[in-house]
Structures are given as structure tokens and as C-alpha cells.
Design a protein around this ligand. Structure first.
Ligand SMILES: CC(C)(COP(=O)(O)OP(=O)(O)OC[C@H]1O[C@@H](n2cnc3c(N)ncnc32)[C@H](O)[C@@H]1OP(=O)(O)O)[C@@H](O)C(=O)NCCC(=O)NCCS
Length: 390
């Protein structure tokens, strides 16, 4: 017998571009996470900070300003009190999603009542894979092909396996991501979970309050003109891939007892989840078997799910997913607010954004009941989490 674990609220910073002129070039990653945590707790002021049972925080690069056991260091830096523990975890792109699952599990077994779970990735300070030293046996012993270690190459490989997912369809999908993100921005969808941050730059202090990565004026011609940096004549471009970004945010999870004690309003509960391993050379396939596994566990069909928020690491992976489940490229149940192709993908943070967007969708669509968050993960994994309106 397990208890319910409720999603109460979520907060993220505007996503920045990981470049010298980007929002957060001169801002520490841990300070970004602290800003998100403080804003989240300010919004939920009935929860005493010292009553948080754990801070579970993900980062792919766990060094420098993302080192020092993030969850615990964030608890101290955010002023939660010395009695609040925390830990850091890494499942690459699914870091925050794993943090949320772990936090929910601690609540479900009755060990904890209030958990902060989220992620941060400052890809400007920690360029992808720059600080790792992959074991030489990966390649020397043929455990993986060299392409498995470069995510863009895995996306090109996915194109090889799915010739029906043409470059044109991927660009069409990428355009949709830009258009939907722009519409959601204009409709105030992100206002429910994006908080501004004051940052320092060469021009002095400024407040950033809108995602930096989207290119709302994008056209199909613009996208068609881009070439692949990953393979001569390849299909994966800066226009139909997620960007390189800086971002932070997290969610507040609570037990029924905490909901009652602090008068909280649960938005949804975490029903079940699945993680799977797939071929590392085509890691983008991961959301398909992860979703199949989750559907199998719960006895649901994909048609039962009202909204799917899928991380858009690469358009090819999203179109392959839609094809697999017989959905059109412009299915209004999948990424209704756009996704990482437009918004950007600060690796370990992104899963928290997906959860926030499902919560926002359920709030704005009273007839919707079930939501799914799904992601592909480096080295060949897939993640899927099922949510139900509380
Ligand atoms: C594809 C990739 C290498 C491109 O990197 P980049 O060159 O730094 O990308 P940018 O966003 O700066 O775009 C480069 C140029 O392409 C053009 N461009 C990109 N998107 C565009 C769009 N939607 N419309 C028109 N032009 C576009 C622009 O000219 C842009 O230059 P600018 O920003 O100076 O205007 C990088 O985004 C990448 O590696 N993405 C995948 C990340 C990843 O693997 N994540 C993990 C997934 S598992």
C-alpha cells in the first residue's frame, strides 16, 4: 500500500542561451537554482522552510558551480535551515524527472512529506561532455559505437533507421515547436511557472523574464537553409535540434498529510513511471519503449492520455514517436505549448519544465485528467512519467 505524492507547484527561470552574450553567462548555476527554490517557497508561504524533508537536485555536470552535492548545498544557500538535507543526482537529460520520481517515491512509502525536486544545467559553464573522461573500453572493446557519445550523431543514426522521418517532416515539426512556443508565450501560459531573475552582464544589472532561445519569426525556408554540423549531408540542424542552454527550476511535492497541515492545493499526483535502456547509438528512440512500458504497467492506451509533454532533443525523435503511436505531426495532444527545439534544453533541468507544463495544461483544460512526460536520455535511455489531476 502506498500513499499519494502530490505535485503542488513548480517554478523555473527563463531559459538562457549558453553563450558569452547569454542571460546567465556571468551568473552561477547554483545561484540560479537558489532563485528558483526561493521563489517556489515564497509562493507557497504556508510551508515552513525547515519542514522540507529533502532537496533532490539534478545536474549532468556535477563539478564547479554545479558541484558540492547540489541538493544539500542549495538547502543551505537558499536558507532552508541546517536541518534540511539534500542530494545531487544525474540521469543526464532526465535528471530532474528522476529527481521528481525519487521525491515522489519517498512520499509514497511514507518516509517524507515535503520534497523539493528539480535540476539545473549551465551549459555555458559546463559544455556538453567537456568535463567527462569516458572509459576507453567503450570504444576499444566495441561496447558502443563512437556516434553514441555525440547526441547529434545519435539523431542522424535515428534518421538512418527511420527513413520515413524525412528532413522536411523534421523541419515542419521544428516550425510547429517555434509557433506553439510563441503562441503560449503570447497567451501567458508560462507566466504560471516562470519567475524573473536579476543577472549581471557586461551592460550592468538587468532583469531577465522571457526565454531567450525561441526564434518566433522562423520560416520553413529558414530551416531548410541550415546544414547539419554532425554529418556531411545530414538532416540534424541547429533549427530542428534542441539548443545549448542554461536553465534551472524545480517543483514542490507533498504528501496528503502535508497538504492538510499546510492548506496546500495539489494540482496533480504522480501515478507511475518507467525508465528503459535502448541502443546508445539511437538514444532518441527511448521515449517509445518507455511509454509502451508505462502504458503496459498501467493498462492504459495512449488515447487515454490527454496531454503529452515530450522533450524535443531532436525533431527526428519526436516525429518517430508520433509515427509509432499513429499521431499526426501537429497532434494537439503533444507539446501543445511547444518544446525544447524552440525553448532550449538545459539537460538535467528540462524534466522539471515538462512537469510544470503538464500541470499548467491540466489547470487550463478542466476536462483533461491524465498527462505524460517523456524524454530520451544520453547513452541510450527513455523516461516516461504518468500524472493525474489531483
Ligand atoms: C545543433 C547545434 C550544434 C547548433 O549549435 P549552435 O551553432 O551553437 O546553434 P545556434 O542556436 O547558435 O544556431 C546557429 C545558427 O543557426 C541559425 N539558426 C538556428 N536556429 C534557427 C532557426 N530556427 N531559424 C533560422 N536560423 C536558425 C542561426 O543563424 C544561428 O546563428 P545565430 O544564433 O548567431 O543567429 C547545437 O544546438 C546542438 O548540439 N544541439 C543538440 C544539443 C544536444 O545534443 N542536447 C542533448 C540532447 S540528448
Amino acid at each position: 500500500m502506498t500513499a499519494d505524492a502530490y505535485y503542488i507547484d513548480g517554478v523555473r527561470l527563463p531559459i538562457g542561451r549558453a553563450r558569452d552574450s547569454g542571460y546567465y553567462a556571468d551568473t552561477r548555476a547554483d545561484d540560479m537554482a537558489v532563485r528558483a527554490i526561493r521563489a517556489l517557497l515564497d509562493r507557497n508561504g504556508s510551508v515552513p522552510r525547515e519542514r522540507i524533508d529533502d532537496v533532490v537536485w539534478a545536474a549532468t555536470a556535477q563539478v564547479g558551480d554545479q558541484g558540492l552535492t547540489l541538493g544539500r548545498s542549495l538547502a543551505i544557500l537558499a536558507g532552508l535551515g541546517r536541518g534540511v538535507p539534500g542530494y545531487a543526482l544525474d540521469r543526464m537529460c532526465a535528471g530532474a524527472l528522476t529527481a521528481i520520481v525519487n521525491g515522489a517515491n519517498a512520499i509514497k512509502v511514507g518516509a517524507q512529506d515535503l520534497v523539493l525536486a528539480g535540476g539545473v544545467e549551465h551549459m555555458g559553464h559546463h559544455p556538453m561532455a567537456a568535463e567527462v573522461d569516458p572509459n576507453p573500453r567503450f570504444l576499444a572493446d566495441g561496447l558502443v559505437d563512437a556516434s553514441a557519445l555525440v547526441m547529434g550523431n545519435t539523431a542522424e543514426n535515428l534518421h538512418d533507421n527511420h527513413p520515413e522521418v524525412s528532413r522536411e517532416r523534421c523541419d515542419e515539426y521544428a516550425l510547429l515547436s517555434q509557433e506553439r512556443t510563441a503562441k503560449a508565450q503570447a497567451d501567458g501560459v508560462f507566466a504560471s511557472h516562470v519567475v524573473p531573475m536579476t543577472v549581471f552582464s557586461d551592460d550592468g544589472w538587468r532583469v531577465v523574464d522571457v526565454d531567450e532561445h525561441p526564434r518566433p519569426g522562423t520560416t520553413l525556408d529558414d530551416l531548410a537553409g541550415l546544414t547539419s554540423p554532425f554529418r556531411p549531408g545530414g538532416f540534424v540542424t541547429a533549427g530542428n535540434a534542441a539548443g545549448l542552454n542554461d536553465g534551472a527550476g524545480g517543483v514542490l511535492l507533498a504528501s496528503q498529510a502535508a497538504v492538510e497541515e499546510f492548506g496546500l492545493s495539489p494540482r496533480m499526483k504522480l501515478v507511475d513511471y518507467a525508465f528503459v535502456g535502448v541502443e546508445p547509438e539511437t538514444m532518441g528512440y527511448g521515449p517509445i519503449p518507455a511509454t509502451e512500458k508505462l502504458l503496459g504497467r498501467t493498462g492504459l492506451a495512449l488515447d487515454d492520455i490527454d496531454v503529452i509533454d515530450m522533450n524535443e532533443a531532436f525533431a527526428v525523435q519526436c516525429v518517430a514517436f508520433l509515427d509509432h503511436f499513429g499521431l499526426p505531426i501537429d497532434s494537439d495532444r503533444v507539446n501543445p505549448y511547444g518544446g525544447a527545439i524552440a525553448m532550449g534544453h538545459p539537460l538535467a533541468f528540462s524534466g522539471a519544465r515538462l512537469a510544470m507544463q503538464v500541470a499548467t495544461y491540466l489547470e487550463r483544460n478542466p476536462d483533461a485528467r491524465l498527462g505524460l512526460t517523456t524524454m530520451c536520455v544520453g547513452l541510450g535511455m527513455g523516461a516516461a512519467v504518468l500524472w493525474e489531476r489531483a
